[in-house]
Write a protein that binds this ligand. Sequence first.
Ligand code: ZN
Length: 262
Amino acid sequence: MPHESVFKKIFRKVKDLAGLYDSPEGVLILMYHRVNDNLPAHNLVTRTKAFAEQMRFLYRHPNVCQVISLREFETGHPAVFGQDPKTKVIITFDDGYRDNYLNAFPVLRKFGFPAAVFLTTGLIGTDQKFNRYADIPGRDMLGWEEIAEMYANRISFGAHTVSHPHLPKFSYQTQREEIAQSRARVNKNLPQGERLDTFCYPYGEYNADTLKIIRELGFRYALSVIPGVNKPDTPLHELRRIEVSGFDNIKNFKYKLLERYK
Ligand SMILES: [Zn+2]
């Protein structure tokens, strides 16, 4: 447990007891991409120190906002909405960057938090990179050994397509291959165990074909980038997410978590 002064601790307890955090009712799904200290400032790049500070806030306020795994949400829906505390938080990462293993995973382990990572499977375990990160030296995406180690420590993995396309620009057949092959790859390469029933749309983009495909393939849930808090009646294939930006300081983080989506 990180150091905290006695006065700060007392103040925090009083604040909790007094119910001064009037957090929103529902499930907040946080969206991260990278946790990295070497890249230029960007909304997709959270610094390790900032990420640790955000996780520490969650760790210290389990009675205000409780971190649950995506799997607990999947299996507990919709009963999870009626349970205390009224605010549940799920931590997600898109794309499958190696810095999730190097920088985010140690912090998650320290606080004992589960998280879910959505893999662009065509890049995983290869030296290929997203175009925008082409200049990064060395391997930039997760390898399957790193994924196995994370999987053994409360990190779940899901499909995010093979090549990260703008799905609505493609035919039904191409979309179906991207989604089905990505999931098959994730499931084949993970150790035996629970599989996520959740898909994650690249760029948050989908059309009627995409929705049809994920229903046909039996995904019970899918993550959009529509901001908001999930309620019992939120469409299951258009779950809301809250982007934590690399420009968010702890004050902004708390605002997004506790105030903005009430
Ligand atoms: Zn993505």
